[in-house]
Design a protein around this ligand. Structure first.
Ligand code: HPA
Length: 241
């Protein structure tokens, strides 16, 4: 049941997939957080794993950077491997004063400068939102664990090296929390394929303060988000059976 970018059997993936951007993070999560994890695909070094988190089967598949890359993996997982739920775990650049480095953000909505959602959904007016039950699960879990979780609209950009010097101020004015490069693709494809999706990011760069996480801080922040997302994922796996 291989696809052009995923060489695996039809039943190799769990129903719930965690999706970091970086393939090395996929390996890190599989090795440090999953039991009995096995490598199920490695086309172009996009390494996918399936294993168990507290007896719940979970898969990890990296998206690569940016919407075109992410969209390929997301579409193939939903269409060809019967994946029901994809939870993105990534990093983002924060805009406003209410955000600090290391804070976690759940994308309750998403705007983008890309035409990809319009082309996929087939109209220029659309809403990009996560699956409501997943959003609720994440917000409830943050209340229980006391972890900082901001819920709000994020910006998915096609551009990392942004030339528009006025962009940050406009985003703050419009209440947009942060920028990353994959969530709009995930939410648009989930909508079209009638599947479940949620996007969680941690603030690795603060764009108006010009501050960045150190490599050590990146790692410990990532660990918090992995633990958090695995709990959301296992709750979701229980819910869909
Ligand atoms: N821009 C876009 N994507 C990002 C950033 C950024 O500043 N930081 C982490 N992901």
């Amino acid at each position: 049941m291989s696809t052009p970018h995923i060489e695996a059997e039809a039943d190799d993936f769990a129903k719930v997939v965690l999706m970091p951007g970086d393939p090395r993070r996929a390996t890190y999560i599989a090795k440090n957080y999953l039991e009995d994890s096995r490598l199920i695909t490695d086309v172009r070094n996009a390494v996918g794993y399936t294993g168990y988190y507290q007896e719940t089967e979970i898969s990890i598949m990296p998206s690569g950077m940016g919407m075109p890359s992410a969209a390929i993996y997301i579409t193939e997982l939903y269409r060809s491997f019967e994946v029901e739920t994809i939870i993105r775990i990534g990093t983002a650049g924060g805009f406003g004063p209410e955000l600090d480095l290391r804070d976690m953000v759940v994308a309750s909505g998403c705007i983008t400068n890309s035409r990809m959602p319009e082309l996929l959904i087939g109209k220029s007016e659309y809403d990009l939102t996560p699956t409501p039950s997943l959003l609720t699960a994440a917000v409830d879990l943050s209340d229980e664990t006391g972890l900082v979780l901001h819920s709000g609209t994020i910006f998915t950009s096609d551009i990392f090296y942004e030339p528009d010097v006025g962009l940050n101020a406009r985003m703050i004015r419009d209440g947009v929390l942060c920028v990353e490069m994959e969530t709009a693709a995930l939410y648009a494809i989930a909508q079209v394929e009638k599947k479940q999706a949620l996007s969680l990011v941690t603030i690795s760069d603060h764009l108006t303060r010009g501050t960045h996480l150190s490599p050590e801080e990146r790692q410990s922040t990532l660990d918090e988000m992995i633990s958090f997302s695995l709990k959301v994922a296992s709750k979701e796996a229980e819910a869909i059976g």
